[in-house]
Design a protein around this ligand. Sequence first.
Ligand code: SF4
Length: 284
Amino acid sequence: MKIGLIDIDSKIPNLALMKLSAYHKQKGDDIELTQPLFADQFDLVYASKIFDFSVMPILPDDVIIGGSGFDLTSLLQPEVESLVPDYSLYKCDYAIGYTSRGCNRSCPFCIVPKKEGKFRPVGSIFQFWSGQKRLMLLDNSLNTDEGHFKFILNQLIENRIKVFFAQGLDIRLLTNNQAELLSLVRLWKRIHFAWDFLGIEKSVIKGIEILDRYNLKNKSMFYVLVGFNTTRDEDMYRIETLRKLGIDPFVMPFDTRDQYQRDLARWVNHKAIFKTVEWGEYRG
Ligand code: SF4
């Protein structure tokens, strides 16, 4: 069979499509990444849409569509889900996958609790890692469970893999033991944390003290969500507090069409500007 795979809006190699590719290659099918325009040239077509804000292309009725931007309940069949992704689909030279699903929190702007439910470990890196030097972990909140975190970090450390925690770690849950493991693992990119609203200030400060104890401050950065349910004063307080503590803030606008949120993001995220120009003097 000739199988077409359509990646509507992914920003990174699409894990579901890579698993579908692996599944159909096992069956001897021909696989091709394709565009909506050519969908009728295949025996079977899958399309994946990750974001709800992206535009849905016109597709024939028989295309199988999935992804959280289309339907939060769509899942791969277990026999597909369990496969090592076909990284050759995107010529991807790093491993991508997750070892846990879900999250125990319920941040109102996040689809994870609705889509995946409570946190639970689901496996190890060996289900998707096949010797690559770098690995992107998609776990939503890996440090929720101390035992699972240790299990995964030890696998990364023993195999000298450079890791990127793509969905970040929860600063409120950071312990000394976790920070010690983080100081031993090889990092591909900085560790991401988030300070999304003012009410968690004490936990953020405590977490940063732990990062400092293990020399992880300059290997970390903090997302600061603005425009959701915080005031402008609260936004500035979080940004300046992080700056004073020697931590790099990175502003995430909730609504990128909003001028204030866009200006603030550009001011903070452009480090040369952030270090030399005061907000009151910044003209966008
Ligand atoms: S902690 Fe992260 S993954 Fe969990 S609900 Fe909040 S934003 Fe989503």
